[in-house]
Design a protein around this ligand. Structure first.
Ligand SMILES: [Zn+2]
Length: 450
């Protein structure tokens, strides 16, 4: 049996003995890494990563798939940069845990956590709660007060060095006379990128960067993507049967803790087709205190089922994107029949309507980017076509970064079709694969290879 060394606990144990849930309970950490050595000698180093938000619903499959993965992707390697130690890594992991308290609230800003340690004790901590509010370092410095002098500051992302809605954190750290700053990852934002670190070093502060960098990058994968590509990070989700039949209208479990509820929590917006809407569908996350995503409904002809819960905006906002031509027809019909226009019916419900010349995913993603969204979930279901219409378009447009497939425990379906996403029959490779159990379903996740 292969042995696993946990870099958090340092204990060596077999894969089957290693329990992610007990591990998390013991260390209260957001994620952990395993170094795996094949039997009979030290082989290549791999790291297994489990996402804390999925752990409650993850069964043994989720763990064993991570631990037995044959992937050797460098993005999963965990090593300490020069000058850093295991305590530094643990504090950065705690920073990530803190940062995740603002999951779903910070776009277009990143999630950031900060901890200040003096003489081995935490004297201050904080996280960035939402755009426009103070940064993580500010909260941590406030709590630390005079104890910040001579301390070590841990922060999951490089301190900012520019005047935005708040003054630079790098200056605040210099002013507080901290001795050492440990940074999870350098900020890819050109306004910051290395300048925060430079300011600190010029002031004589020791700075170490790149501690648990992969974990910090995973935390802000959507923010990084938005900054580098000028468009939101897109996740495509769809359901299928065990034998690969695309399920068009099967309900998805959205109870608290389910993978779907958490997906809605971590995305700024969700895009679905009007044909996917039924009366009972809500597209609401059940996570306590979460920020609901903007529910974007694409409509070709503005024939919308207004009785659907998606048009109840008392718990979450909704927006319809429709073809301009459909609005013209809607107005003509209203003049002819004397009935209210769909536009006014939507406005009565607090639903926003945006008209575009051509209805496609690019126009919807442009709307999302302009609103400062970093992450968008494309939920491909609905009866607009006999195949996975929305998913197919997303793949063909090349806008998808991550794919999540919800495998239902059934063979075949009377509400689906069996064709794949690519019309030309080709294939596109996925990487960084993972799997987990959510209820009675298997959830597969992979990233498009770039
Ligand atoms: Zn800042």
């Amino acid at each position: 049996m292969d042995a696993v060394v946990c870099t958090v606990s340092g204990r060596m144990q077999s894969c089957t003995e290693f329990s992610p849930s007990s591990h998390v309970t013991r260390h209260c950490l957001p994620a952990f890494h395993c170094r795996r050595f094949p039997s009979g000698g030290i082989g290549r180093t791999l790291a297994a990563k489990l996402k804390p938000d999925y752990l409650p619903g993850a069964g043994s499959l989720a763990f064993s798939s991570s631990c037995s993965s044959s992937s050797s992707s460098p993005s999963f390697l965990s090593s300490l940069p020069k000058g850093a130690n295991e305590d530094d890594a643990e504090y950065i992991r705690k920073c990530v845990e803190l940062a995740r308290k603002a999951l779903g609230f910070t776009s277009p800003n990143p999630m950031v956590g900060c901890i200040i340690v003096k003489d081995g004790h935490i004297v201050g901590e904080g996280f960035h709660p939402k755009a426009g509010e103070p940064h993580a370092e500010v909260f941590a410095l406030r709590e630390a007060g005079a104890n910040a002098k001579g301390s070590t500051v841990y922060v999951s992302l490089e301190p900012c060095n520019h005047y935005g809605r708040t003054p630079p954190c790098s200056n605040a750290l210099v002013k507080a006379c901290v001795s050492r700053v440990v940074v999870g990852m350098v900020d890819p934002n050109p306004l910051v990128s290395g300048k925060g670190v430079e300011t600190l070093r010029k002031a004589g502060i020791e700075v170490i960067t790149g501690v648990e960098s992969q974990l910090c990058e995973a935390l802000n994968e959507a923010y990084i993507h938005r900054i580098q590509n000028k468009r939101p990070f897109v996740t495509l989700r769809f359901s299928q049967s065990f034998d690969g039949v695309f399920l068009e209208s099967t309900p998805v479990d959205c109870t608290t803790g389910s993978y779907y509820s958490k997906l809605l929590q971590e995305n700024d917006a969700l895009i679905a087709l009007d044909s996917a809407l039924s009366e009972d569908i809500k597209l609401l996350s059940s996570e306590v205190g979460c920020k609901q995503p903007l529910r974007i409904i694409l409509s070709n002809d503005l024939k919308l089922p207004l009785e659907s819960n998606v048009f109840d905006t008392s718990h979450a906002p909704s927006l319809v994107i429709a073809r301009q031509q459909a609005l013209v027809h809607d107005l003509e019909k209203s003049s002819r029949t004397g009935c209210q226009t769909m536009e006014s019916l939507l406005l009565e419900r607090g639903v926003e309507l945006v008209a575009v010349p051509e209805l496609n995913l690019k126009s919807a993603l442009d709307v999302c980017y302009d609103r400062g969204f970093s992450s968008v979930l494309i939920d491909s279901r609905g009866r607009d076509s006999d195949t996975n219409f929305l998913g197919r378009q997303a793949i063909e447009d090349g806008v998808v970064e991550k794919v999540i497939v919800d495998i239902f425990p059934s063979i075949g379906s009377d509400k689906g079709s069996g064709s794949g996403l690519l019309m030309d029959g080709g294939s596109l490779p996925l990487e960084r694969l993972s799997s987990r159990i959510s209820g009675s379903h298997i959830i597969l996740e992979g990233y498009m290879m770039r």
